[in-house]
Design a protein around this ligand. Structure first.
Ligand code: ADP
Length: 381
Protein backbone atom coordinates (compact mmCIF):
# COMPACT_ATOMS: atom_id res chain seq x y z
CA UNK A 1 0.00 0.00 0.00
CA UNK A 2 1.26 3.50 -0.84
CA UNK A 3 1.30 6.30 1.73
CA UNK A 4 -1.82 7.80 0.20
CA UNK A 5 -4.92 6.21 1.70
CA UNK A 6 -8.54 6.07 0.51
CA UNK A 7 -10.47 7.27 3.55
CA UNK A 8 -14.20 6.56 3.60
CA UNK A 9 -16.07 9.30 5.49
CA UNK A 10 -19.47 8.07 6.66
CA UNK A 11 -21.59 10.86 8.14
CA UNK A 12 -25.16 11.98 7.44
CA UNK A 13 -24.24 15.55 8.45
CA UNK A 14 -23.10 17.41 5.35
CA UNK A 15 -21.12 20.03 7.27
CA UNK A 16 -19.12 17.35 9.13
CA UNK A 17 -18.59 15.44 5.89
CA UNK A 18 -17.28 18.50 4.06
CA UNK A 19 -15.03 19.43 6.94
CA UNK A 20 -13.51 15.95 7.16
CA UNK A 21 -13.23 15.92 3.38
CA UNK A 22 -11.04 19.03 3.47
CA UNK A 23 -8.96 17.77 6.39
CA UNK A 24 -8.29 14.44 4.68
CA UNK A 25 -7.30 16.22 1.47
CA UNK A 26 -5.00 18.50 3.46
CA UNK A 27 -3.28 15.39 4.92
CA UNK A 28 -2.59 14.18 1.39
CA UNK A 29 -5.15 11.32 1.40
CA UNK A 30 -8.18 10.67 -0.79
CA UNK A 31 -11.59 11.27 0.82
CA UNK A 32 -14.48 9.01 -0.24
CA UNK A 33 -17.72 10.49 1.15
CA UNK A 34 -20.84 8.48 2.05
CA UNK A 35 -23.96 10.13 3.50
CA UNK A 36 -25.49 6.98 5.00
CA UNK A 37 -24.70 3.42 6.05
CA UNK A 38 -25.93 1.73 2.87
CA UNK A 39 -23.90 4.00 0.61
CA UNK A 40 -20.85 3.30 2.85
CA UNK A 41 -21.26 -0.48 2.41
CA UNK A 42 -21.70 -0.09 -1.37
CA UNK A 43 -18.52 1.98 -1.61
CA UNK A 44 -16.64 -0.54 0.54
CA UNK A 45 -17.61 -3.31 -1.87
CA UNK A 46 -16.68 -1.28 -4.92
CA UNK A 47 -13.50 0.61 -3.97
CA UNK A 48 -10.31 -0.30 -2.18
CA UNK A 49 -10.84 1.54 1.10
CA UNK A 50 -7.95 1.78 3.59
CA UNK A 51 -9.64 3.49 6.56
CA UNK A 52 -13.26 4.20 7.56
CA UNK A 53 -14.29 7.25 9.58
CA UNK A 54 -17.72 6.24 10.86
CA UNK A 55 -20.37 8.38 12.56
CA UNK A 56 -22.36 6.54 15.22
CA UNK A 57 -25.70 8.32 15.07
CA UNK A 58 -27.22 8.10 11.60
CA UNK A 59 -30.84 7.52 10.48
CA UNK A 60 -31.85 4.10 9.00
CA UNK A 61 -28.57 2.26 9.43
CA UNK A 62 -26.54 3.56 12.36
CA UNK A 63 -22.79 3.29 12.96
CA UNK A 64 -23.11 0.12 15.10
CA UNK A 65 -24.81 -1.76 12.30
CA UNK A 66 -22.35 -0.56 9.65
CA UNK A 67 -19.47 -1.52 11.94
CA UNK A 68 -21.04 -4.92 12.62
CA UNK A 69 -21.43 -5.59 8.90
CA UNK A 70 -17.84 -4.53 8.14
CA UNK A 71 -16.41 -6.72 10.89
CA UNK A 72 -18.47 -9.76 9.88
CA UNK A 73 -17.51 -9.48 6.18
CA UNK A 74 -14.41 -11.62 5.44
CA UNK A 75 -13.18 -9.25 2.73
CA UNK A 76 -13.68 -6.07 4.78
CA UNK A 77 -13.07 -7.08 8.40
CA UNK A 78 -9.39 -6.02 8.31
CA UNK A 79 -10.17 -2.40 7.34
CA UNK A 80 -9.58 -0.16 10.38
CA UNK A 81 -12.68 1.76 11.50
CA UNK A 82 -12.37 5.04 13.50
CA UNK A 83 -15.63 6.08 15.16
CA UNK A 84 -16.84 9.67 15.08
CA UNK A 85 -18.65 10.65 18.29
CA UNK A 86 -19.77 13.53 20.43
CA UNK A 87 -17.55 14.43 23.41
CA UNK A 88 -20.17 13.29 25.91
CA UNK A 89 -20.87 9.94 24.25
CA UNK A 90 -17.92 7.90 25.47
CA UNK A 91 -20.15 4.89 26.33
CA UNK A 92 -21.07 4.44 22.67
CA UNK A 93 -17.39 4.61 21.73
CA UNK A 94 -16.54 1.90 24.25
CA UNK A 95 -19.29 -0.29 22.74
CA UNK A 96 -17.86 0.28 19.24
CA UNK A 97 -14.30 -0.54 20.36
CA UNK A 98 -15.78 -3.76 21.78
CA UNK A 99 -17.24 -4.46 18.32
CA UNK A 100 -13.89 -4.05 16.60
CA UNK A 101 -13.41 -0.30 15.96
CA UNK A 102 -9.75 0.68 16.39
CA UNK A 103 -10.13 4.25 17.68
CA UNK A 104 -12.42 7.24 17.89
CA UNK A 105 -12.49 10.92 17.02
CA UNK A 106 -14.58 13.48 18.84
CA UNK A 107 -16.40 16.44 17.40
CA UNK A 108 -15.34 19.23 16.84
CA UNK A 109 -12.52 17.59 14.89
CA UNK A 110 -8.91 18.32 15.73
CA UNK A 111 -6.57 18.13 12.70
CA UNK A 112 -3.56 16.87 14.66
CA UNK A 113 -5.57 14.13 16.34
CA UNK A 114 -7.06 13.10 12.98
CA UNK A 115 -3.60 12.92 11.44
CA UNK A 116 -2.17 10.87 14.34
CA UNK A 117 -5.08 8.40 14.20
CA UNK A 118 -4.91 7.99 10.45
CA UNK A 119 -1.12 7.55 10.53
CA UNK A 120 -1.33 5.00 13.32
CA UNK A 121 -4.01 3.07 11.39
CA UNK A 122 -1.88 3.15 8.26
CA UNK A 123 1.21 2.01 10.17
CA UNK A 124 -0.77 -0.88 11.69
CA UNK A 125 -2.10 -1.81 8.30
CA UNK A 126 1.42 -1.71 6.82
CA UNK A 127 2.66 -4.00 9.59
CA UNK A 128 -0.28 -6.37 9.11
CA UNK A 129 0.26 -6.43 5.34
CA UNK A 130 3.97 -7.13 5.85
CA UNK A 131 3.10 -9.89 8.31
CA UNK A 132 0.63 -11.40 5.82
CA UNK A 133 3.20 -11.20 3.03
CA UNK A 134 5.83 -12.86 5.22
CA UNK A 135 3.36 -15.54 6.17
CA UNK A 136 2.54 -16.12 2.50
CA UNK A 137 6.27 -16.26 1.67
CA UNK A 138 6.90 -18.68 4.50
CA UNK A 139 4.00 -20.88 3.40
CA UNK A 140 5.36 -20.88 -0.15
CA UNK A 141 8.85 -21.72 1.11
CA UNK A 142 7.42 -24.49 3.24
CA UNK A 143 5.58 -25.90 0.22
CA UNK A 144 8.79 -25.71 -1.85
CA UNK A 145 10.73 -27.47 0.89
CA UNK A 146 8.07 -30.17 1.07
CA UNK A 147 8.30 -30.71 -2.71
CA UNK A 148 12.12 -30.73 -2.63
CA UNK A 149 12.11 -33.19 0.23
CA UNK A 150 9.66 -35.43 -1.63
CA UNK A 151 11.80 -35.23 -4.82
CA UNK A 152 14.92 -36.09 -2.82
CA UNK A 153 13.17 -38.98 -1.10
CA UNK A 154 11.99 -40.35 -4.44
CA UNK A 155 15.49 -39.91 -5.96
CA UNK A 156 16.93 -41.78 -2.99
CA UNK A 157 14.39 -44.60 -3.39
CA UNK A 158 15.15 -44.77 -7.14
CA UNK A 159 18.89 -44.86 -6.41
CA UNK A 160 18.40 -47.70 -3.92
CA UNK A 161 16.27 -49.60 -6.43
CA UNK A 162 18.94 -49.07 -9.11
CA UNK A 163 21.74 -50.22 -6.79
CA UNK A 164 19.76 -53.39 -6.10
CA UNK A 165 19.23 -53.94 -9.79
CA UNK A 166 22.90 -53.37 -10.66
CA UNK A 167 24.04 -55.68 -7.87
CA UNK A 168 21.60 -58.32 -9.05
CA UNK A 169 22.64 -57.93 -12.70
CA UNK A 170 26.33 -58.20 -11.83
CA UNK A 171 25.83 -61.07 -9.43
CA UNK A 172 24.21 -63.45 -11.93
CA UNK A 173 27.14 -63.56 -14.42
CA UNK A 174 29.51 -63.69 -11.44
CA UNK A 175 27.69 -66.73 -10.07
CA UNK A 176 27.91 -68.32 -13.53
CA UNK A 177 31.66 -67.67 -13.65
CA UNK A 178 32.17 -69.10 -10.14
CA UNK A 179 30.16 -72.18 -11.08
CA UNK A 180 32.19 -72.81 -14.24
CA UNK A 181 35.51 -72.32 -12.41
CA UNK A 182 34.44 -74.75 -9.67
CA UNK A 183 33.56 -77.37 -12.32
CA UNK A 184 36.91 -76.80 -14.07
CA UNK A 185 38.74 -77.08 -10.73
CA UNK A 186 36.92 -80.29 -9.96
CA UNK A 187 37.37 -81.97 -13.34
CA UNK A 188 40.78 -80.54 -14.34
CA UNK A 189 40.54 -81.96 -17.88
CA UNK A 190 41.31 -80.19 -21.10
CA UNK A 191 37.86 -80.70 -22.65
CA UNK A 192 36.09 -78.96 -19.76
CA UNK A 193 38.55 -76.08 -19.89
CA UNK A 194 38.10 -75.66 -23.68
CA UNK A 195 34.36 -75.90 -23.23
CA UNK A 196 34.00 -73.51 -20.32
CA UNK A 197 36.52 -70.75 -21.09
CA UNK A 198 34.34 -69.16 -23.84
CA UNK A 199 31.36 -69.24 -21.49
CA UNK A 200 33.36 -67.55 -18.76
CA UNK A 201 34.55 -64.97 -21.27
CA UNK A 202 30.94 -64.40 -22.39
CA UNK A 203 29.85 -63.80 -18.79
CA UNK A 204 32.74 -61.39 -18.12
CA UNK A 205 31.89 -59.59 -21.37
CA UNK A 206 28.33 -59.10 -20.13
CA UNK A 207 29.61 -57.73 -16.84
CA UNK A 208 32.04 -55.39 -18.59
CA UNK A 209 29.27 -54.19 -20.91
CA UNK A 210 26.97 -53.47 -18.00
CA UNK A 211 29.69 -51.52 -16.19
CA UNK A 212 30.48 -49.58 -19.38
CA UNK A 213 26.79 -48.71 -19.87
CA UNK A 214 26.49 -47.50 -16.28
CA UNK A 215 29.63 -45.39 -16.60
CA UNK A 216 28.57 -43.96 -19.98
CA UNK A 217 25.18 -42.96 -18.64
CA UNK A 218 26.75 -41.28 -15.58
CA UNK A 219 29.14 -39.40 -17.85
CA UNK A 220 26.30 -38.29 -20.13
CA UNK A 221 24.25 -37.23 -17.11
CA UNK A 222 27.16 -35.24 -15.71
CA UNK A 223 27.81 -33.84 -19.21
CA UNK A 224 31.30 -35.30 -19.01
CA UNK A 225 31.00 -37.46 -22.13
CA UNK A 226 33.10 -35.89 -24.88
CA UNK A 227 30.71 -34.98 -27.70
CA UNK A 228 32.15 -33.67 -30.92
CA UNK A 229 29.65 -32.72 -33.60
CA UNK A 230 31.10 -33.14 -37.07
CA UNK A 231 29.56 -33.36 -40.53
CA UNK A 232 28.68 -37.01 -41.13
CA UNK A 233 27.28 -38.69 -44.21
CA UNK A 234 24.42 -40.49 -42.55
CA UNK A 235 24.02 -43.25 -45.17
CA UNK A 236 27.68 -44.19 -44.91
CA UNK A 237 27.35 -44.30 -41.13
CA UNK A 238 24.21 -46.48 -41.28
CA UNK A 239 25.93 -48.90 -43.66
CA UNK A 240 29.00 -49.13 -41.44
CA UNK A 241 26.84 -49.88 -38.41
CA UNK A 242 24.36 -52.24 -39.97
CA UNK A 243 26.67 -54.51 -41.98
CA UNK A 244 28.18 -56.30 -38.95
CA UNK A 245 24.62 -57.29 -37.90
CA UNK A 246 23.88 -59.07 -41.21
CA UNK A 247 25.38 -62.49 -40.22
CA UNK A 248 23.42 -62.51 -36.94
CA UNK A 249 20.19 -61.50 -38.73
CA UNK A 250 20.76 -64.20 -41.40
CA UNK A 251 21.39 -66.81 -38.73
CA UNK A 252 18.16 -65.93 -36.97
CA UNK A 253 16.16 -65.74 -40.21
CA UNK A 254 15.49 -62.03 -39.83
CA UNK A 255 15.38 -59.79 -42.87
CA UNK A 256 17.59 -56.78 -42.09
CA UNK A 257 17.44 -54.00 -44.66
CA UNK A 258 18.23 -50.35 -45.27
CA UNK A 259 15.61 -48.59 -47.34
CA UNK A 260 17.37 -47.06 -50.32
CA UNK A 261 17.85 -43.29 -50.17
CA UNK A 262 19.98 -42.07 -53.01
CA UNK A 263 20.77 -38.54 -51.82
CA UNK A 264 23.83 -37.74 -49.78
CA UNK A 265 22.57 -36.38 -46.49
CA UNK A 266 25.03 -34.79 -44.14
CA UNK A 267 24.13 -34.35 -40.47
CA UNK A 268 25.85 -32.74 -37.51
CA UNK A 269 26.59 -35.62 -35.15
CA UNK A 270 29.20 -37.40 -33.05
CA UNK A 271 30.34 -40.47 -35.00
CA UNK A 272 31.02 -42.73 -32.02
CA UNK A 273 27.79 -41.80 -30.18
CA UNK A 274 25.64 -42.03 -33.34
CA UNK A 275 27.09 -45.46 -34.14
CA UNK A 276 26.30 -46.70 -30.67
CA UNK A 277 22.75 -45.32 -30.79
CA UNK A 278 22.11 -47.13 -34.07
CA UNK A 279 23.75 -50.31 -32.76
CA UNK A 280 21.43 -50.23 -29.72
CA UNK A 281 18.32 -49.69 -31.84
CA UNK A 282 19.23 -52.37 -34.41
CA UNK A 283 20.14 -54.74 -31.60
CA UNK A 284 16.78 -54.12 -29.88
CA UNK A 285 14.99 -54.58 -33.20
CA UNK A 286 16.71 -57.92 -33.79
CA UNK A 287 15.98 -59.06 -30.22
CA UNK A 288 12.29 -58.27 -30.37
CA UNK A 289 11.21 -58.63 -34.00
CA UNK A 290 9.23 -61.44 -35.55
CA UNK A 291 11.01 -61.49 -38.89
CA UNK A 292 12.24 -58.12 -40.11
CA UNK A 293 14.13 -54.98 -39.10
CA UNK A 294 14.11 -52.07 -41.52
CA UNK A 295 16.25 -48.94 -41.33
CA UNK A 296 15.01 -45.89 -43.22
CA UNK A 297 15.96 -42.23 -43.57
CA UNK A 298 13.34 -39.51 -44.07
CA UNK A 299 14.36 -35.87 -44.61
CA UNK A 300 12.01 -33.44 -42.84
CA UNK A 301 12.59 -29.65 -43.11
CA UNK A 302 16.02 -29.00 -41.58
CA UNK A 303 16.30 -32.46 -40.05
CA UNK A 304 16.31 -36.12 -40.90
CA UNK A 305 14.54 -38.94 -39.15
CA UNK A 306 16.35 -42.27 -38.99
CA UNK A 307 13.83 -44.98 -38.18
CA UNK A 308 14.55 -48.53 -37.05
CA UNK A 309 11.33 -50.47 -37.54
CA UNK A 310 10.44 -54.02 -36.54
CA UNK A 311 7.35 -56.21 -36.40
CA UNK A 312 7.85 -57.40 -32.82
CA UNK A 313 5.45 -57.18 -29.86
CA UNK A 314 5.42 -53.36 -29.85
CA UNK A 315 5.43 -51.01 -26.88
CA UNK A 316 2.26 -50.62 -24.78
CA UNK A 317 1.00 -47.02 -24.83
CA UNK A 318 1.65 -46.52 -21.08
CA UNK A 319 5.36 -47.35 -21.50
CA UNK A 320 6.11 -45.20 -24.56
CA UNK A 321 7.78 -42.47 -22.49
CA UNK A 322 9.04 -44.68 -19.66
CA UNK A 323 11.12 -47.00 -21.86
CA UNK A 324 13.66 -44.20 -22.18
CA UNK A 325 14.12 -44.09 -18.38
CA UNK A 326 17.18 -45.68 -16.83
CA UNK A 327 16.70 -49.33 -15.81
CA UNK A 328 13.17 -49.44 -17.19
CA UNK A 329 12.31 -52.78 -18.75
CA UNK A 330 8.99 -54.11 -19.82
CA UNK A 331 8.06 -57.24 -17.93
CA UNK A 332 8.64 -60.40 -19.91
CA UNK A 333 5.43 -61.99 -21.16
CA UNK A 334 3.98 -64.45 -23.65
CA UNK A 335 5.46 -62.70 -26.72
CA UNK A 336 8.12 -60.78 -24.90
CA UNK A 337 11.37 -62.15 -23.59
CA UNK A 338 13.50 -60.52 -20.94
CA UNK A 339 16.73 -58.97 -22.13
CA UNK A 340 19.29 -56.57 -20.78
CA UNK A 341 19.10 -54.24 -17.85
CA UNK A 342 17.11 -51.37 -19.31
CA UNK A 343 20.00 -49.03 -20.04
CA UNK A 344 20.09 -49.19 -23.86
CA UNK A 345 17.28 -46.74 -24.64
CA UNK A 346 18.24 -44.46 -21.73
CA UNK A 347 21.71 -44.25 -23.29
CA UNK A 348 20.20 -43.54 -26.74
CA UNK A 349 18.06 -40.71 -25.37
CA UNK A 350 20.87 -39.02 -23.47
CA UNK A 351 23.37 -39.53 -26.30
CA UNK A 352 21.06 -38.10 -28.96
CA UNK A 353 20.09 -35.15 -26.78
CA UNK A 354 23.81 -34.44 -26.22
CA UNK A 355 23.96 -34.05 -30.02
CA UNK A 356 20.96 -31.66 -30.06
CA UNK A 357 18.72 -34.34 -31.54
CA UNK A 358 15.77 -36.27 -30.17
CA UNK A 359 14.34 -39.78 -30.07
CA UNK A 360 10.78 -41.04 -29.93
CA UNK A 361 8.92 -44.27 -30.49
CA UNK A 362 5.89 -45.02 -32.64
CA UNK A 363 4.41 -48.38 -31.92
CA UNK A 364 1.28 -50.45 -31.95
CA UNK A 365 1.05 -53.35 -29.56
CA UNK A 366 1.23 -56.67 -31.34
CA UNK A 367 2.26 -55.07 -34.63
CA UNK A 368 5.73 -53.64 -34.07
CA UNK A 369 7.74 -50.55 -33.21
CA UNK A 370 9.54 -47.79 -34.98
CA UNK A 371 12.28 -46.03 -33.02
CA UNK A 372 12.93 -42.64 -34.61
CA UNK A 373 16.03 -40.53 -34.19
CA UNK A 374 15.80 -36.90 -35.30
CA UNK A 375 19.00 -35.00 -36.19
CA UNK A 376 19.84 -31.66 -37.75
CA UNK A 377 20.92 -31.64 -41.39
CA UNK A 378 24.06 -29.66 -42.20
CA UNK A 379 23.21 -27.27 -45.03
CA UNK A 380 25.72 -26.75 -47.83
CA UNK A 381 26.98 -23.11 -47.90
P1 ADP B 1 17.36 -53.55 -22.48
O1 ADP B 1 18.83 -53.35 -22.54
O2 ADP B 1 16.89 -54.16 -21.23
O3 ADP B 1 16.79 -54.16 -23.71
P2 ADP B 1 16.39 -51.00 -23.35
O4 ADP B 1 16.57 -49.71 -22.66
O5 ADP B 1 17.06 -51.18 -24.65
O6 ADP B 1 16.78 -52.10 -22.32
O7 ADP B 1 14.84 -51.24 -23.55
C1 ADP B 1 13.93 -50.99 -22.50
C2 ADP B 1 12.69 -51.85 -22.63
O8 ADP B 1 12.04 -51.53 -23.87
C3 ADP B 1 13.02 -53.32 -22.69
O9 ADP B 1 12.48 -53.91 -21.53
C4 ADP B 1 12.30 -53.87 -23.89
O10 ADP B 1 11.32 -54.79 -23.48
C5 ADP B 1 11.62 -52.69 -24.55
N1 ADP B 1 12.03 -52.57 -25.96
C6 ADP B 1 13.13 -51.95 -26.44
N2 ADP B 1 13.17 -52.02 -27.79
C7 ADP B 1 12.06 -52.70 -28.17
C8 ADP B 1 11.52 -53.10 -29.44
N3 ADP B 1 12.14 -52.82 -30.58
N4 ADP B 1 10.35 -53.79 -29.42
C9 ADP B 1 9.72 -54.07 -28.27
N5 ADP B 1 10.17 -53.72 -27.04
C10 ADP B 1 11.34 -53.05 -26.99
Amino acid sequence: MSNIANVLIVDDNETNRNLLNKMILALGHIPVPANNGLSALTQLNEKPIDIVLLDILMPEMDGYEVLGRIKSHPGLSDIPVIMISAVDDIDSVVRCIGQGAVDYLVKPFNATLLETRIESCLENKRLRDREKQMYAELTELHEELKINYETLRKAEQARDAMSHMIIHDLRSPLTTIQGFIQIMQHRRDEKTIIDYIPRILGATKNMAMLIKSILDISRLEAEKMPVSLVSLNILELINDVYEPFIPQADKEGIQLSVEPESRDIVVAADKELMSRILQNLINNGLKHTKDYVKISVTPQDDSIIISVTDNGPGIPEKYKVKIFDKYFRIEAGKDRKKYGVGLGLAFCKMAIEAQKGSIYVESEEGKGSSFNVKLNIVKAD
